[in-house]
Design a protein around this ligand. Structure first.
Ligand code: TXA
Ligand code: MG
Length: 344
């Protein structure tokens, strides 16, 4: 559902304390009223997410950020002016009245103003544009984020705790927002907690400082766990020149292989695969299709998913980060299946 009546109905569902899945330009979110403890608790319960992992609060364009944070550095204002609405989440010090549960008990709050027109309309109608919708990606904890309404249905079925799913088509960006921590900027500088479409150098151009990589004092972020965004089938990321060899070994050992690649493959090779997706080798096009492709290959009946390694340049950072987490532990398993590594 996505017409004006449906969006208004969804805003009313949120106001009543129930949950709504909605499209954003990055991935679909599982939204609840950020000021309603029961709604926030319901998000954690439905996702099966540990209570210590904070949620992002989504706000309407032009809404008053000072309501959520009483310490807003100039850098935050500049970044909001440059990139909002859009795929950038800012972590700021949390105002004392903001529910600690939203922030997983931390003293900060994650804020994002999404650009997707359906998300914009929903946030504009919800509490007349003055509320905040806490929304993690609309998937079970650790699993691949949804980029289509159907993916949300695949995750939660018709669980009655989900009041509505707004369908806004396929998410344009396809990987989650860039997360920048500004809550400790005076002492630690700006810290990039999760890479995304908006890259570190684009941020540096606006604030005149290059974001750092997380140190030990950085806030916890579940999207930064080693294993995350993962299909159920083991995944390995393999350099282009090693791909065919590994594929042949796996097939010789009787395994069914699914392949995500961008280089061209001999037609005979494609035939033997349990699943195959070829993507264009450009970061924006690739990220747009990445999660839908992983979901498709996960359903293909394959024992393993091989992913052709993507270029290691700055514009691929977001994609490479997600591939690394999807493939956490996968390489060892797959090398064993291929017989190129001894079982220990
Ligand atoms: O693109 C996105 O950001 C999507 C859409 C729905 O907006 N949302 C999303 O939410 O990816 P989620 O919960 O799946 O990932 C949010 C990440 C988590 O890693 C969380 O730990 C981190 O943001 N985060 C949120 N608030 C935080 C805070 N106060 N401090 C540190 N990390 C925070
Ligand atoms: Mg997530």
């Amino acid at each position: 559902m996505k017409n004006a009546d449906d969006i208004l109905a969804a805003a009313r569902i949120l106001e009543s304390g129930r949950l709504v899945a909605f499209p954003t330009e990055t991935v679909y979110g599982l939204g609840g009223d950020a000021e309603n403890p029961a709604a926030v608790a319901a998000i954690y319960a439905l996702k099966n997410r540990p209570a210590s992992h904070p949620l992002i609060v989504h706000v309407a364009s032009g809404s008053d950020i000072a309501y959520w944070s009483d310490r807003i550095p100039d850098e935050a204002r500049k970044l909001m002016a440059a990139f909002w609405p859009g795929p950038l989440t800012l972590i700021l010090k949390r105002a004392s009245h903001v529910l600690p549960d939203v922030a997983g008990g931390q003293d900060s709050v994650g804020l994002r103003c999404p650009s997707h027109p359906v998300a914009q309309a929903l946030l504009g109608l919800f509490k007349q544009g003055r509320g905040g919708v806490a929304a993690p990606s609309a998937n079970r904890f650790g699993h691949v984020s949804p980029t289509m309404a159907q993916h949300v249905r695949d995750e939660f079925g018709d669980d009655p705790r989900l009041g509505a799913i707004l369908d806004g088509g396929q998410s344009e960006v396809g990987i989650e927002s860039t997360i920048l921590d500004l809550s400790r900027i005076e002492t630690a500088g700006p810290v990039l907690l999760r890479p995304g479409k908006i890259g570190a150098s684009q941020i540096a151009e606006v604030i005149g400082m290059m974001p750092k990589v997380p140190d030990n004092g950085a806030p916890r972020a579940s999207g930064t766990l080693a294993s995350h965004y993962a299909p159920r089938t083991p995944v390995a990321v393999i350099p282009s020149d090693k791909l065919l060899q590994l594929l042949v070994r796996l097939e010789e050992n009787g395994h069914r292989v699914a392949l995500l690649h961008y280089s061209s493959l001999p037609a005979s090779r494609k035939m033997s695969l349990a699943g195959e997706v070829g993507l264009y080798c450009a970061p924006d096009v690739y990220s747009h299709q990445l999660y839908a492709s992983l979901r498709k290959l996960d359903r293909s009946g394959a024992d393993v998913i091989l992913v052709e390694a993507t270029p290691e340049t700055e514009t691929w950072k977001g994609v490479n980060d997600r591939l690394k987490r999807a493939a956490y532990n996968g390489l060892g398993t797959i090398e064993q299946l291929a017989g190129v590594k001894e079982t220990d």
